[in-house]
Design a protein around this ligand. Structure first.
Ligand code: PBG
Length: 334
């Protein structure tokens, strides 16, 4: 063998834990996590989401406790999603603009409790419509883009009025970010952020979420005329460019893990904060493998969350947020 070969041994820096820590290019912290929470009617009420082991729908009083726990753990923001009562769902989703809907009650309660946590609210009509779509439908079941925009703007203003810090439009209608930004400015909500679900794909991985908010069984058809085709990446860049031009403060890619190439492309193309949503199906898939003893719980969770950060995300929306933050507080990096 040639003397001195190999001259570079990359294993040297990996040989000890202290050295691996010192050379880590990416360090995950609780500040890299956003925790999605499902709201239910009732008081001191919690119910498991059957398709998402470890995830519960919580009544407003328990949402406040969860938000407090997030703040205590150093998780900067929670994302709220309502499981609207069946009687409040309608063809036009008008419950979305009700100042006393579950979203507004939960945000107000978190604000009133003085908890220092960001409140992210989803803008889309699907938890409020009896057909499960994110927009208004014509008689022949086509999505009415421009008519929907007016409702989304009113929904966003309603959320801002009741405590939302970050409006997150997930509906994928054309033009929504601009219309929402204009409405927020007009109503005096200059400091409310918009985090747009810019590259949101028509994905099979949303199944458990639709179960959690009760929209899945109602859904007529699919969402392929507004959510993106998983085959496309260039189009994601066009969506992001538009949303930035229309006034988004940050953008999101969704789902997460199967779309890290999109995260990377957005990150290398635009100077904008980027987030990813590790969605319900990704969580369920991992959780079920963990519960079956097939995937190591802590290591699997931390590896995937770190991958999001390595790809360029400022933070990740994840149903693992609380578990991961707890683990980090124990000094465990998985
Ligand atoms: C609503 C919305 C969805 C998700 C977030 N906001 C579902 C959908 O578009 O059908 C999915 C989140 C998840 O799967 O965890 N428009």
């Amino acid at each position: 063998m040639t003397p001195g070969f190999p001259s570079l041994r990359l294993r040297r820096t990996r040989a000890h834990d202290w050295s691996r820590r010192m050379h880590a290019e990416t360090v995950l912290s609780p500040a890299d996590l956003i925790w999605p929470l499902f709201i239910a009617e009732g008081k001191a009420y919690r119910e498991p989401v059957a398709t998402m082991p470890g995830v519960e729908r919580l009544s407003v009083d328990l949402i406040v406790e969860a938000a407090r726990e997030a703040a205590d753990l150093g998780i900067p923001a929670v994302a709220l999603f309502p499981n609207t009562a069946a009687a409040a769902r309608s063809d036009d989703g008008r419950e979305a603009v009700n100042p006393d809907n579950l979203m507004c009650r939960a945000s107000r309660a978190i604000r009133d409790a003085g908890i220092d946590v960001g409140i992210l609210t989803d803008v889309a009509l699907d938890p409020y419509t009896d057909h499960g779509h994110d927009g208004l439908l014509s008689d022949d079941h086509r999505i009415l883009n421009d008519e929907t925009l007016e409702v989304l703007a009113a929904q966003a203003v309603n959320q801002a009025r009741h405590g939302a810090d970050i409006i997150a439009p997930s509906d994928m209608m054309d033009g929504r970010v601009g219309v929402i930004r204009t409405a927020l400015e007009a109503e005096g909500f200059k400091d409310v952020q918009i985090m747009s679900y810019a590259a949101k794909y028509a994905s099979a991985f949303y199944g458990p979420f639709r179960d959690a908010v009760g929209s899945g069984g109602r859904l007529v058809g699919d969402k392929k005329t507004y959510q993106m085709d998983p085959a496309n990446a260039e189009e994601a860049l066009r969506e992001v460019a538009l949303d930035i031009a229309e006034g988004a403060d940050s953008v999101m890619v969704k789902p997460g893990l199967p779309y890290l190439d999109i995260v990377e492309r957005v990150k290398s193309t635009f100077a904008v904060p980027i987030y990813a949503y590790q969605v319900s199906g990704e969580y369920a898939m991992m959780r079920m493998a963990m519960d079956a003893g097939i995937l190591d719980r802590d290591r699997g969770m931390m590896e995937v969350l770190t991958a999001f950060k390595r790809a360029g995300c400022s933070a990740v929306l994840s149903y693992f947020a609380r578990d991961a933050a707890r683990l980090m507080h124990q000094g465990n990096r998985g």
